[in-house]
Ligand binder design. Structure first.
Ligand code: ADP
Ligand code: MG
Length: 247
């Protein structure tokens, strides 16, 4: 076997993907720049590390399960004045995730709750955190079927091993008492293990009605609110204001 081919073969065996793909370029650059042996080895190792980081980030982004990607750069703070850019920038520093604080965005439809939740989650992925995004109704489905479905079990395990769990749209669909119980168990399991972002169109006082059990709701709220930042997003629906018309 030719030496170059052997390098590629061994790189593959050792999963050195950067070297495998770039060996020609690395050797050429080293020759052109008259690199020292040390510098050449360093550049290979750096290339390997940054490729691994990139792959890991791509995997975290896929695992996060965002329905769409929303970025904070595209959020119009003049339209949504209940939260300031300064506050969001503070949140984007992400230290609240290390301290396992929770964020709650309450408000009517279309005011940007999901946009904010995804943008913050996206930045968390970029910063190396494990994130899971799930709508409340999907979450209920996964929790109810985790014993009989491998997919659901996998999703629940992923949620339980996340640093940040985003639960979107709590309150849109009614919750049975069994579901409220499962939700309570999940919140208990995540308590002081992970941060939560919850978006809801219902105020806290309506949660009890939604879950049909005041004591359980109090216990859930108690855990969530223990370390929590609450944002009451109000205003008009961005969707309705920026509706695209055919005419
Ligand atoms: P909610 O979750 O509060 O119902 P969304 O976050 O889903 O609302 O927002 C609805 C749509 O409007 C999304 O496409 C979102 O990107 C956009 N949107 C909402 N608020 C803003 C805003 N302040 N700036 C830019 N886009 C916004
Ligand atoms: Mg939403």
């Amino acid at each position: 076997m030719e030496k170059l081919e052997m390098i590629r073969e061994y790189s593959k065996l050792l999963k050195l993907n950067y070297l495998k793909t770039n060996v020609d370029k690395i050797l050429e650059t080293a020759a052109v720049k008259d690199m020292s042996y040390q510098d050449m080895l360093l550049s290979i190792l750096k290339g390997e590390i940054s490729l691994k980081d990139k792959r890991a980030q791509e995997k975290r982004l896929k695992d996060a399960g965002f329905p769409v990607i929303k970025k904070i750069e595209n959020f119009d703070f003049n339209f949504q004045k209940s939260i300031t850019k300064k506050q969001v920038n503070r949140l984007l520093e992400m230290d609240w995730i290390d301290r396992m604080h929770n964020l709650i965005f309450l408000g009517p439809p279309g005011v940007g709750k999901t946009h904010l939740a995804i943008s913050i989650g996206y930045k968390a992925v970029e910063d190396g955190y494990k994130v899971s995004f799930v709508s409340m109704d999907k979450l209920m489905h996964f929790l109810k079927t985790k014993e009989i479905s491998r997919i659901s079990k996998g999703k629940v395990n992923k949620i339980l091993s996340s640093n940040l769990v985003i639960i979107d749209e709590l309150g849109y669909l009614p919750i049975t008492r069994e579901e409220a119980n499962l939700f309570f168990q999940l919140i208990t399991a995540l308590h002081e293990q992970a941060s939560l972002i919850i978006t809801s169109n219902k105020g806290f006082e309506e949660w009890a009605e939604l879950m049909g059990d005041a004591a359980l709701t109090t216990a859930i709220l108690d855990r969530i609110a223990y370390r929590c930042e609450l944002f009451n997003t109000s205003g008009k629906s961005f969707r309705l204001e920026h509706r695209e018309s055919i005419f």
